[in-house]
Design a protein around this ligand. Structure first.
Ligand code: S3P
Length: 438
């Protein structure tokens, strides 16, 4: 476990510069997984050097996959084929990563050997029944700890059968776990979603040559094909860009350019929400790269107003609510969030953590079971606990830019899970962020 780090964020006179934020976390996890299972060697460029994605790469190394790191953000993965993984002698530690654990659960359910998946304190509190139930329906044998929590013990050597399922939560992680098990299953696996979620697994399976049919909210494949090595270029992570979109919108005099940001429509709900609030964000050099839409985003300061977040945007901005709450606190009027109960089972209970933190800074916020009402106005100084949640820490760093007095944020080491180098990049464009080893 990393040493504890606290931050202090102070008021900014304006943000300026051009940034390339690190590679997309969701795509980086999947690129390593599919490359490991492919026949042949794949190069991944723009790989996120974060703790979460490095844990996934380590998992495959433990299962006998040779992965080279010729330079930072580049991996060469020597795939072993669909049936070439070997049992790991040690439990596989997914660290803080829900994506790592849930997707691996699907993939490992189809192996001939047993596996154990463990995680850190936060991941050990996250619900796994959502993946266990459909996988068991496919014939998998998985034991979890009490109340369906990690660790997961996955027994190999089972015959999996394809299923048709419609999970009760909109979750790309659940969908991907089922599709990964479906690669090993007899017959057809089909999943339909209560709301469409990010489709990176579907796109990447197709890019690696697996026949798959998919559209918004559904996907269908058959077991028994093979994956063929391919090179992947990972776009900059929209979720990491999000902190800068909110920061530059809030701080008077700001203008930032964010290069090569992934704009998959199932990820960019925050862009729409911020625009509805009055943000000035434009896109240029919009183009396709490796099957994903990317663009440079130019964001300039603009006064924001509170809105009711359209409920249909919620799954498309599920990771961006901590940042949105800060935008709402700095806006004029009230912002209402509903239909976002999933936030309670992320790296922390993000509704409670944000509400407690904002209250500590003098912001008027009322929690509901599935959202919050945030009354914008003056953000004060004070101390907030991130509860080791990377996105909470970065969001309050943004709050400090417009706060009346410094904001101290405790327990920020986990920012390295998704955004290594955040402090340096943020200070490079005008944040006043200092880091204190506690
Ligand atoms: C992810 C899906 C989302 C998201 C997470 C990454 C993925 O989780 O919150 O950060 O890579 O599939 P759910 O699908 O469980 O909502």
């Amino acid at each position: 476990m990393s040493a504890r780090i606290d931050w202090t964020s102070t008021r900014s006179a304006g943000l300026a510069g051009e940034l390339v934020v690190p590679g997309d976390k969701s795509i980086s996890h999947r690129a390593v997984m599919f490359a490991a299972l492919a026949d042949g060697s794949s190069t991944i460029d723009g790989f996120l050097e974060g703790e979460d994605t490095c844990a996934t790469a380590r998992a495959f190394a433990q299962m006998g996959v040779r992965i080279e790191t010729p330079s930072a953000s580049r991996r060469i993965v020597h795939g072993v084929g669909l049936h070439g993984l070997a049992a790991s002698a040690q439990p596989i530690d997914c660290g803080n990563a829900g994506t790592g654990m849930r997707l691996l659960a699907g993939l490992l359910a189809g192996q001939s050997f047993d596996s154990v998946l463990i995680g850190d304190e936060s991941l050990s509190r996250r619900p796994m029944r959502r993946v266990i139930e459909p996988l068991v329906a496919m014939g998998a044998s998985i034991e979890a700890g009490e109340a369906g929590l990690p660790p997961l013990r996955i027994h190999g050597g089972r015959v999996l059968r394809g299923i048709h399922c419609r999970p009760p939560v909109a979750s790309a992680q659940v969908k991907s776990a089922v599709l990964l098990a479906g690669l090993y299953a007899e017959g057809e696996t089909e999943i339909s979603e209560i709301h469409p979620t990010r489709d990176y697994s579907e796109r990447m399976l197709a890019a690696f040559g697996w026949p798959i049919a998919f559209g918004a909210g559904w996907a269908r494949l058959h077991g028994g094909h093979r994956l063929v090595a391919t090179d992947v270029v990972v776009p900059a992570d929209f979720s990491s860009a999000a902190f800068f979109l909110v920061a530059a919108s809030l701080v008077p005099g700001s203008e930032l350019i964010l290069r090569d940001v992934g704009l998959n429509p199932r990820r960019t709900g925050l862009l729409e929400a911020l625009r509805l609030m009055g943000a000035d964000i434009s896109e240029c050099r919009r183009r396709e790269r490796c099957g994903e839409m990317i663009a440079d985003l130019v964001v300039r300061h603009a006064p924001l107003r509170g809105i009711d977040i359209p409920v249909e945007l919620v799954p498309d901005m599920i990771d961006e609510f901590p940042a949105l709450f800060i935008a709402a606190a700095g806006a004029r009027g009230t912002t209402r969030v509903r239909g976002a109960a999933e936030l309670r089972v992320k790296e922390s209970d993000r509704i409670a953590t944000m509400a407690t933190g904002l209250r500590a800074l003098g912001v008027d916020i009322a929690e509901t079971p599935d959202g919050a009402d945030i009354v914008g106005g003056v953000i004060g100084g004070g101390q907030v606990a991130s509860h080791g949640d990377h996105r909470i820490a970065m969001s309050f760093a943004v709050a400090g830019l417009v706060a009346a007095a410094p904001v101290r944020i405790t327990d920020c080491a986990n920012v390295a899970t998704s955004f290594p180098g955040f402090v340096e990049m943020a200070n490079g464009c005008g944040f006043g962020l200092s880091s204190i080893g506690a």
